[in-house]
Design a protein around this ligand. Structure first.
Ligand code: ATP
Ligand code: MG
Length: 429
C-alpha cells in the first residue's frame, strides 16, 4: 500500500476484535467514577499552543520535544493536546465553574498526542482517562483518588500486578528550598552527570532525580532528600494521606525520587507501576497541583488529579489473562429466514422480540442465502441459538429454535411465545 494510505506511525486503529475490551475497561471506569460522584467533562482535542507552554512548563519533555504543533490557516499556533489537565483547567476558568470555592470533581476520556518513539505501551496517539478535582485541599481527596483506583484494580483483577509509589513534593516554598540544596549538591558533581542531567540542572533540577543513567543515579544516592525539606504543613498533609491509605489497607512504597515529568505538581505525587509491561511500567499517575490554576490566570485554587493510560491497562488485562470470557461472544441469537415472505415475517417478529427484550443481542441474517450458508453464518457469529423461519414455519406461525453450542434438539416455538422463551435461556446484561 502506498505510504500516504497508511496510518501515521504510532497512531493505531483499534479493530473490532479489540473494542469490546476497550469498552469493558472504559465502562468499568465510568461506572466507578459515577458512583464516587465525579462528572464527565469533554474538552476539544486542539488548543492554543500557549496553553500547554504555560501550564505544562517550557522546560519539560512534552513542551520541548513531544508536541504536535501547527499553524492554523489564520496563523494561530495550535497544538494537539498532549494531556488533559491544561484544557480542563482552561475550561473551568473560562466557564467560571470553580469560582467562589466551588468544588468540581471532573473526569474525561480521549486521545492524547505526543511525538515519542513508538514501542509497546508507548504511542503517538494514545488514550487516557483522567480526572481533576478543584477546591479541595486536604489529604482526604488525594486519598479518595487512590482508593478509587485501588477499587478499579480490584474489579479488573489487577491488584496483585500493580504497586503504588508515593512521594510529597511539598509546598512551593519547601520545594524551593529543596531545589536550592539539590542544585548546590549537584553543582559539586557536575562533570560526572550525564548530558541530559547537566542541562536539567540549569532548567528543571528536580527532574535530574528522574534520570535513568546509572552513574548519575549513583551520585544521587548521597543527594539531599526531599523529605528532610518538607515544611510542617506538607508533612501533615502527607501523613494524613498515608493514614487514610493505611485505614483502607492499601500498600504503598515511598519513592523519594518520584518527581513526575510535569512542572506543576506540589505535595502529593503518585504512580501506579507494574512490572508486567517491560519498560512502560506506569499505568496511572497523578498528584496535587495547588499552584497551577493561579499560574494560568485564575484565583488560587487547589487541584489534584491523575491520568491512566488505556493502552497500557488493556495490554495488562491481556497479558495477565484478565479479559472476561463473556467479551468473546457479542451476539446471543441469530435469526435465519428463507424466502421473501419469511424474511418479512422474520423482520417484524425480531422487532417485536426486541420491544420485549431490549437487551437481547439478536442478529438477523442479511443478504439471503441457502439454508447451509445461513447456518454457517449463524455458527460463525458466536450466537448461542439459531432461529429458523422458512415457508413451513411461516404457515404455522412458529420459528425453529436450535441450540448452537452443546446439546439440545431443535424445537418449534410459537411467535407469541418466543420472547418469553428467549428470556429463560439467554442471560441478559
Ligand atoms: P511515561 O513516564 O511513561 O512517559 P508520563 O509521565 O509521560 O509517562 P503522564 O503524562 O503522567 O505520563 O500520563 C499519564 C499516563 O498516560 C501514563 O502513566 C501512561 O500510562 C500514559 N501514557 C503517557 N504517555 C503515553 C504514551 N506515549 N503512550 C501510551 N500511554 C502513555
Ligand atoms: Mg512521557
Amino acid at each position: 500500500m502506498s505510504k500516504s494510505l497508511q496510518a501515521i506511525r504510532g497512531m493505531n486503529d483499534i479493530l473490532p476484535e479489540q473494542t469490546p475490551l476497550w469498552r469493558y475497561f472504559e465502562g468499568t471506569v465510568a461506572r466507578l467514577l459515577d458512583n464516587y460522584g465525579y462528572r464527565q467533562i469533554r474538552m476539544p482535542i486542539v488548543e492554543f499552543t500557549e496553553l500547554f507552554k504555560r501550564s505544562i512548563g517550557e522546560v519539560t519533555d512534552i513542551v520541548e520535544k513531544e508536541m504536535y504543533t501547527f499553524d492554523d490557516r489564520n496563523g494561530d499556533s495550535l497544538t494537539l493536546r498532549p494531556e488533559g489537565t491544561a484544557a480542563c483547567v482552561r475550561a473551568v476558568l473560562e466557564h467560571g465553574i470553580t469560582g467562589g470555592g466551588q468544588v468540581q470533581k471532573l473526569w474525561y476520556v480521549g486521545p492524547m498526542f505526543r511525538h515519542e518513539r513508538p514501542q509497546k505501551g508507548r504511542y503517538r496517539q494514545f488514550h487516557q482517562i483522567g480526572l481533576e478535582v478543584f477546591n479541595l485541599e486536604g489529604p482526604d481527596i488525594d486519598a479518595e483518588l487512590i482508593v478509587m483506583t485501588w477499587r478499579l484494580w480490584g474489579e479488573l483483577g489487577l491488584r496483585d500486578a500493580v504497586k503504588l509509589e508515593l512521594n510529597s513534593l511539598g509546598t512551593s516554598e519547601s520545594r524551593g528550598r529543596y531545589r536550592e540544596a539539590l542544585v548546590e549538591f549537584l553543582s559539586g558533581h557536575v562533570d560526572k552527570l550525564d548530558e541530559d542531567s547537566q542541562r536539567r540542572l540549569k532548567t528543571n533540577p528536580l527532574r535530574v532525580l528522574d534520570t535513568k543513567n546509572p552513574e548519575t543515579q549513583a551520585i544521587l544516592v548521597d543527594a539531599p532528600k526531599m523529605a528532610d525539606y518538607l515544611d510542617d504543613e506538607s508533612r501533615a498533609h502527607f501523613e494524613g494521606l498515608k493514614a487514610r491509605l493505611d485505614a483502607v489497607g492499601i500498600p504503598y512504597v515511598i519513592n523519594p525520587k518520584l518527581v513526575r515529568g510535569l512542572d506543576y505538581y506540589s505535595k502529593t505525587v503518585f504512580e501506579w507501576v507494574t512490572d508486567k509491561l517491560g519498560a512502560q511500567g506506569t499505568v496511572c499517575a497523578g498528584g496535587r497541583y495547588d499552584g497551577l490554576v493561579e499560574q494560568m490566570g485564575g484565583k488560587p485554587t487547589p487541584g489534584v488529579g491523575f491520568a491512566m493510560g488505556i493502552e497500557r491497562l488493556v495490554l495488562m488485562l491481556e497479558a495477565l489473562d484478565k479479559v472476561p470470557e463473556e467479551l468473546a461472544r457479542q451476539i446471543d441469537v441469530y435469526l435465519c429466514a428463507f424466502g421473501e415472505a419469511a424474511e418479512l415475517a422474520a423482520l417484524a417478529l425480531s422487532e417485536r422480540v426486541r420491544d420485549q427484550l431490549p437487551n437481547l443481542r439478536l442478529q438477523i441474517n442479511a443478504g439471503g442465502g441457502s439454508f447451509k450458508s445461513q447456518f454457517k453464518k449463524a455458527d460463525k457469529s458466536g450466537a448461542l441459538y439459531a432461529l429458523i423461519l422458512g415457508d413451513d414455519e411461516l404457515a404455522q406461525q412458529v420459528v425453529g429454535f436450535k441450540p448452537l453450542r452443546g446439546q439440545g434438539e431443535q424445537q418449534s416455538i410459537a411467535w407469541d411465545a418466543l420472547a418469553a422463551h428467549l428470556a429463560t435461556c439467554v442471560v441478559q446484561g
